[in-house]
Design a protein around this ligand. Structure first.
Ligand code: F6R
Length: 243
């Protein structure tokens, strides 16, 4: 595990983007795992910026997203399909048929999960997975208690995750109760992982992760501690409890 301490969210975002761009430039056909939420927004902004400056092309990159809410159509304003379109895909040259996000509106969710695993397998796995972390230590939407041996599956979101994500919805009741998420087994099989952590509300989870000695399904991020190629970019406020 490599910990890179940065000043603030902007520096985390810039270095996160630089890391990704470096990998894409070395391996244009990179299979890139993407996250949503507040944390990677600045990184996506920098990825777009570098594209506009003609310093990178994403034409041959394939992306696979971590998760999607169950019950929202792809066009729903709060779906992660919309999030990716509005924050990254529409601004860069990636062909849309090379971008993949689980379909939370599928009639048969089990089949959707299996097909997502088959897709990732057919791509030869994920080269670089970008992650954020939940206040309760979730990665993807793998909530505390999720088996580390699972691949893509449907998960019931915890109340704390729904409350944390309610800021994007008009009221808490509108936040979906279930999501499809890539499983921890698949995430940990990624050849490389970059974890971005920013803000005081993540300080407890980050402190726990950095002190964690063994894997513990009660704290999903602990699955990452033995990963051979994990880089964490964390800002001062996220590191405020880790002295
Ligand atoms: C999102 C995801 C989640 C988020 C986590 C943190 O695709 O997989 O694990 O990374 O919930 O969310 P933010 O960044 O909004 O604090």
């Amino acid at each position: 595990m490599k910990l890179i301490q940065v000043k603030d969210k902007d520096e985390m975002s810039r270095l996160g983007a630089k890391h990704i761009i470096h990998r894409v430039n070395n391996q244009p056909k990179l299979v890139l795992g993407l996250a949503t939420g507040g944390t990677p927004l600045g990184t996506y902004h920098y990825l777009v910026d570098e594209y506009n400056k003609k310093r990178i092309s994403y034409q041959d990159v394939t992306t696979v997203n971590l998760d999607e809410y169950v019950g929202l159509t792809q066009k729903h304003p709060n779906s992660y399909h919309t999030y990716m379109e509005e924050n990254l895909f529409k601004f860069i040259d990636i062909p849309l048929n090379k971008t993949h996000i689980p379909d939370g509106s599928a009639d048969n969710l089990d089949k959707e999960c299996q097909e997502y695993d088959t897709l990732i397998e057919s791509l030869g796995g994920i080269d670089l997975q970008l992650l954020g972390i939940g206040e309760n230590g979730h990665i993807g939407f793998n909530e505390p208690g999720t088996s580390f041996d699972q691949r893509t599956h449907v998960i019931e979101l915890t109340e704390s995750t729904r409350v944390a994500n309610a800021r994007y919805f008009s009221k808490i009741e509108d936040v979906p109760k279930f999501a499809i998420t890539m499983g921890i087994l698949t995430i940990c099989e990624s050849k490389e992982i970059v974890l971005l952590v920013s803000g005081e509300n993540k300080a407890e989870a980050l402190d726990q992760l950095l002190r964690q000695k063994k894997e513990d399904e009660a704290f999903p991020a602990s699955a990452l501690i033995h990963h051979p190629n994990l880089t964490i970019y964390a800002d001062e406020s996220a590191l405020s409890l880790y002295k």
